[in-house]
Design a protein around this ligand. Structure first.
Ligand SMILES: *Cc1c(COP(=O)(O)O)cnc(C)c1O
Length: 402
């Protein structure tokens, strides 16, 4: 073909596969990038959009990357992860939650998001129903759609602490139900499922012979003297049926390094390995070594991070509570203040647009988490920004209603 034939201006639109029909762009990423743009233009934007810790990746972890580069550790690794990291993950599960996995129960992926995506790909048939307690993390429904499954959203309420109760779960189960997703501590609500809630859910999962996917990425961010418990830890029956998903992004501020992992049934883990063989291949070699270094960090490192975040959680909650029409939920875990905004008379997108435009404060609309009457503020940011940013929101809310 000569370039001369390419002058025609007939538009060409490739057909998009139907599996993309229901998937939508991530609202979290959209809003944070708009805030970044405004900031780049010189506007005094304070962003509470962040879904990632603000502290630097630990020095020992960074040093490992330097060493890898110097030693030329830049080649393919086994697809499911280097044995050293899979073993370190097994030890982590055993030490933190008493979960006894062997290496063949563990697979390393390119972030916990990828671990979750892989699980739905391997487990879901068209028509399979996946129970998602709402408000839910943005990506779950889209991941289920992309796997051909059907998300079944179960509402929870702020008054009940956003807990998935046994009652609500039972009502959502049909003969097509395959999977129940739990995410405690929760993004976006900052809620935690207490041990008795988790036990009730576990009993139903076992009774109905379902699968549980437990997203425990915020396990170290728990407040008010609470302790993280894994649903997989109660008994052998629920252990067999659960996939515990975790990663280094939130715990060690390694979001860009993309290491996630899961523990669970060995057959499923093997299939995930095959899926990775033909899609991503191995997670980045250097990141895997960095994850080994992260998992080897002394435990007091976590406590420092946790107590800093607990202090911020209180600061932000107390401030948001002063804004007129805002009714925040006191965070029990994770790093978000989730806030009922019905009192403002605005929808969540409208409110977030106005806060960004009028006072240059970025928050995430709850609509993308399955609740249009909430917005999410992240406190993974410095105390000074929290003070100043939320004060702007308070002033804005009072001016509106005066
Ligand atoms: C951040 C997050 C993840 C995924 O993080 P990765 O960076 O992909 O490891 C998974 N679940 C929830 C609830 C999250 O907030």
């Amino acid at each position: 073909m000569t370039t001369g034939t390419m002058t025609s201006s007939t538009p060409f639109q490739p057909r998009i596969a139907s599996r993309m029909a229901k998937a939508s762009p991530s609202a979290t990423l959209k809003l944070t990038s708009k805030a970044k743009e405004m900031k780049a233009k010189g506007l005094p934007v304070i962003s509470f959009g962040a879904g990632e810790p603000d502290f630097d990746t630990p020095e020992a972890v960074k040093a490992e990357a330097v060493k890898c580069l110097q030693q030329g550790y830049t080649k393919y690794t086994p697809t499911s992860g280097i044995p050293e990291l899979r073993e370190a993950v097994c030890r982590k599960f055993a030490e933190d939650q008493g979960l006894k996995y062997s290496v063949e129960n563990v697979v390393i992926s390119c972030g916990a998001k990828h671990s979750l995506y892989n699980l739905f790909q391997v487990l879901c048939e068209p028509g399979d129903e996946v129970v998602l307690p709402a408000p839910y993390w943005v990506s779950y429904p889209d991941m289920v759609y992309l796997a051909g499954g059907t998300p079944v959203v179960v509402e929870t309420t702020q008054r009940e602490g956003f807990r998935l109760t046994a009652d609500r779960l039972r009502k959502a189960i049909t003969p097509r139900t395959r999977i129940v997703v739990v995410n405690s501590p929760s993004n976006p609500t900052g809620g935690i499922l207490e041990e008795k809630d988790l036990r009730a859910i576990a009993d139903i999962v076992v009774e109905k012979n379902l699968i549980c996917i437990s997203d425990e990425i915020y396990e170290y961010y728990v407040y008010g003297g609470r302790k993280h418990v894994s649903i997989a830890s109660f008994n052998e029956e629920i252990f067999k049926r659960t996939f515990v998903v975790n990663g280094t992004s939130k715990s060690y501020s390694m979001t860009g390094l993309r290491i996630g992992y899961l523990g669970g049934n060995a057959e499923v883990v093997k299939k995930i390995g095959i899926l990775q063989d033909h899609s991503t291949s191995n997670p980045v070699s250097i990141s895997q070594k960095m994850a080994v270094a992260a998992l080897a960090l002394p435990k007091n490192y976590r406590e420092e991070v946790r107590s800093t975040f607990e202090r911020r959680s209180k600061l932000m909650y107390d401030l948001v509570a002063q804004a007129k029409g805002f009714e925040p939920f006191a965070p029990q875990g994770a790093f978000y203040v989730f806030c009922d905004i019905s009192g403002t008379g605005l929808g969540s997108e409208q409110l977030c647009d106005r806060l960004l435009e009028e006072v240059n404060v970025a928050a995430i609309p709850g609509k993308s988490f399955g609740s249009d009457k909430h917005i999410r503020f992240s406190f993974a940011t410095g105390e000074k920004d929290i003070q100043e940013g939320i004060q702007r929101v308070i002033d804005w809310s009072r001016k509106r209603s005066s």
